[in-house]
Design a protein around this ligand. Structure first.
Ligand code: DC
Length: 228
């Protein structure tokens, strides 16, 4: 029997480095499935928040995890939609409050364990480009291409601010920068699966690149390593 080979690309990096925008475009150019794992953590956080369970309440979270039924589906626009217990929560999870909740809840070992198989399963069945914090280190340690995408905190805050303003959120560069620094710290100092560059990942700093340049840089790195 001939086993079909699937490829996986892992993109990790801190908040606001442009991972999802870049990964989405690269996925569509290469015909890969894009998996935004941050959205999955956000959805778990959203459910707990809805149920009145705080992101540090380990017992409460453990008790309610079995009620979380998550589905990823892809619209005609290629966008990943998060379906939580039958409801599309794609927009609701994109607020600064949900960013903070997702970051805190993602430090809970039971949450990480709950989501691990789901992420690996997606990569077993599809050519994927998956972005997150621990994809190259924990979720897909054998990924064919690993990229650690970063940019200076100031540049990341500027980009995030533009996204939030586009959505009509009122905030300031100072507040967004403080959030980013706090989230970087929390994500990279947690005990389990912290944000860090895998030893075999390629570091790509996009501080000086515009979006198109960053996309082309990632595609070039992928094409050097995978023949499609
Ligand atoms: O990528 P994002 O900003 O949507 O992620 C939200 C939070 O989820 C992030 O601050 C940490 C957590 N996360 C994680 O711990 N591991 C991942 N693979 C992806 C996200």
């Amino acid at each position: 029997m001939k086993v079909k080979r699937v490829y996986s690309i892992a993109i990790d990096g801190p908040a606001g480095a442009g991972k999802s925008t870049i990964a989405k475009r690269v996925a569509s150019e290469l015909g890969f499935v894009y998996v935004d794992t941050g959205a999955i953590y956000r959805t778990v956080g959203y459910h707990m928040d809805l149920m009145g369970i705080g992101p540090k309440d380990r017992d409460g979270i453990e008790r309610l995890l079995d009620d979380v039924n998550l589905e990823l589906c892809y619209g005609e626009d290629g966008l990943q939609h998060m379906i939580l217990n039958g409801h599309d929560v794609t927009d609701e999870i994109r607020t600064p409050a949900m960013s903070r909740i997702a970051s805190t809840i993602s430090a809970q070992p039971c949450v990480r364990e709950f989501l691990l198989d789901m992420q690996r399963d997606l990569a077993r069945k599809n050519n994927v480009i998956m972005d997150g914090r621990d994809i190259g280190t924990v979720v897909l340690p054998c990924a064919d291409v690993k990229i650690f995408l970063t940019a200076s905190p100031e540049v990341r805050a500027t980009r995030r601010l533009k996204d939030l303003e586009r959505k009509g959120e009122k905030t300031t560069h100072k507040a967004v920068l403080a959030d980013i620094i706090q989230r970087d710290h929390q994500d990279s100092t947690r005990a389990i699966a912290p944000l860090k560059q895998a030893e075999d990942a390629i570091l790509l700093d996009t501080s000086e690149l515009n979006l198109e340049q960053a996309i082309q840089a990632v595609i070039a790195l992928v094409r050097q390593r995978i023949v499609l």
